[in-house]
Design a protein around this ligand. Structure first.
Ligand SMILES: Cc1cc2nc3c(=O)[nH]c(=O)nc-3n(C[C@H](O)[C@H](O)[C@H](O)COP(=O)(O)O)c2cc1C
Ligand code: SF4
Ligand code: SF4
Length: 289
């Protein structure tokens, strides 16, 4: 089976998971190609593939607009299967609503939608998790990737029901879609900090940033992926009204893994539940091996 994975990832979390899932599927004998959803991406020719896996970060309990545009641009197909994978900063059930629209579009395009898999990864906005938390999240994600690769290989159904309340909250927060280009237009750089390196230009998946005579300019196509503010080596990007939530700098996923005592206070119970569930999956897989 040939699988195409099309992944949107602002700050690398979703791509990290996708690459690890691709390696797991590859080790089971599948041919997997991973492509990045970005401004320069060509529409994929699905006649070369049997299955499509679409991946993205959850943005305000929804899929980012770049992903919806990508899905809308796909040709109609017959007899192709599809899964979704998404990463989110917290393990809240509201994030399940982020699969509703992509699922609808995929089904409309003729795909047999088999389900979705979610992974908790460190925040790239709101606040910075500790490296120890990031390491535990990654450890959990790896256990889930092994389990999910087995499910994908067996074409197991993994759909989920999203209740009316979660749907309603997600629908209201879709305001993020028209709001983000307006907010992004007002992104600025701190002139005292910016060193004109151009890293933000190359990081932006939407080609929304340009460097003109050493000055950074933001365009009208921002989807709020945070690649620019997260990845700037000088922490020079200011994200307008969201600036109080700015997170800068990467995570070290190799740190010592946080124990339950070190789990952050925010959503503490949900994180611990998620970690324990993932770790019991890991033990189950180890037993099978
Ligand atoms: C604009 C924006 C909105 C977000 N909304 C949510 C959310 O609703 N729920 C959540 O759990 N995480 C949310 N996050 C966190 C990201 O989903 C999370 O950090 C993800 O792993 C980032 O993936 P990436 O590195 O592939 O872009 C949001 C991040 C951004 C930038
Ligand atoms: S990455 Fe940061 S320092 Fe480099 S040009 Fe962009 S804003 Fe300036
Ligand atoms: S301007 Fe920044 S936040 Fe907006 S799409 Fe580009 S990299 Fe992402």
């Amino acid at each position: 089976m040939k699988i195409l994975m099309c992944i949107f990832s602002g700050t690398g979390n979703t791509m990290r998971i996708a690459n690890s899932l691709a390696a797991e599927l590859d080790s089971r004998g599948y041919l997997v190609e991973v492509r990045r959803i970005c401004a320069s991406m060509q529409k994929p020719d699905m006649s070369d593939f049997d299955m499509l896996i679409v991946g993205y970060p959850v943005h305000a309990f929804n899929a980012p607009t770049a992903v919806l545009e990508f899905l809308k641009g796909l040709d109609r197909v017959e007899g192709k299967r599809a899964y979704i994978i998404h990463s989110s900063g917290e393990p809240l059930g509201f994030n399940d609503a982020a699969g509703i629209t992509p699922r609808r579009i995929l089904t409309k395009k003729g795909y047999e939608f088999l389900g979705e898999f979610s992974y908790v990864m460190p925040y790239n906005i709101i606040f910075k998790h500790t490296d120890e938390m990031a390491a535990r999240m990654w450890n959990s994600a790896l256990a889930r990737v092994k389990r999910d690769a087995e499910k994908i290989a067996a074409c197991t159904q993994s759909t989920r029901r999203v209740n009316v309340f979660k749907r309603a909250v997600s629908f209201v927060l879709r305001i993020e879609h028209p709001a983000m280009p307006v907010i992004g237009r007002r992104f600025k750089t701190d002139k005292d900090k910016c060193i004109g390196c151009g890293k933000c230009v190359s990081l932006c998946p939407l080609e929304n940033i340009s460097l003109v005579e050493g000055r950074v300019k933001f365009g009208k196509k921002c989807v709020g992926c945070m690649a620019c503010s997260f990845g700037c080596p000088s922490d020079a990007v200011r994200i307008s009204v969201l600036n109080g939530w700015r997170v800068n700098g990467g995570y070290s996923f190799d740190a010592e893994i946080a124990d339950d005592e070190q789990v952050c206070k925010y959503c503490r119970k949900s994180y611990i539940k998620y970690f324990h569930e993932s770790e019991s999956n890991e033990n189950e897989i180890q037993r099978k091996l």
